[in-house]
Design a protein around this ligand. Sequence first.
Ligand SMILES: *Cc1c(COP(=O)(O)O)cnc(C)c1O
Length: 226
Amino acid sequence: MSIADNLMAVQKEVAGAALKAGRDPGSVQIIAVTKNVAVERAREAAAAGFLHLGENRVQELQHKAPLIPGVRWHLIGHLQSNKVKYMIDKVHLVHSLDRWSLAVELDRRAREQDRVMPVLVQVNVAGEETKFGLQVSEVWDFIMDVADLKGIQIQGLMTIAPLVENPEEIRPVFREAKRIFDRLQEIPRVKMEQLSMGMTNDYSVAIEEGATMVRIGTAIFGRREY
Ligand SMILES: *Cc1c(COP(=O)(O)O)cnc(C)c1O
């Protein structure tokens, strides 16, 4: 199947999951994850109308951004503070804010460029030791602190669920993420609007549980070789 066909199939499934949950299909943004995908193929997705692309490494994003103009780049992977200066003027939304030192650097570099960097706070909902992200117990205070930084605008949460065979197994993780997300609405000065969760294996369940952004690579571009 072509990338355009894959995209249509994903769109259909996204809409189906949204409707099943009584949600407007337009309330879910698909981010086509182009990591380890050649520029030509990433361009095909953009040409098919998918203008939100996701990368998990700054170096790859720096390479692709000038070659695929007119799209919005999402940085979805772990971000090292010393790479912030290379991505700050290229990225539409950072999904992976997971520590104070990174918030300080994003704030500083964004203000240098007279811009405000939109971010999502990454939360390790399942408490997996191998995953980045704040612990659930830390999130409230962290957001309160980051809300004081003028160069950053918190727009919501991101989480990566554990990899399982049957996505039903991790429905409780997504449900918990949504519950935390809803509770954080009470924090003054921040507007929690985006809940980024769901990948190829589990995006339908994530949408049923309230995802507003899904990050999809394999279902669009096929298996990555690495
Ligand atoms: C690679 C990646 C994705 C996409 O994964 P697929 O299973 O290929 O859809 C989503 N989110 C993050 C953070 C990733 O690194």
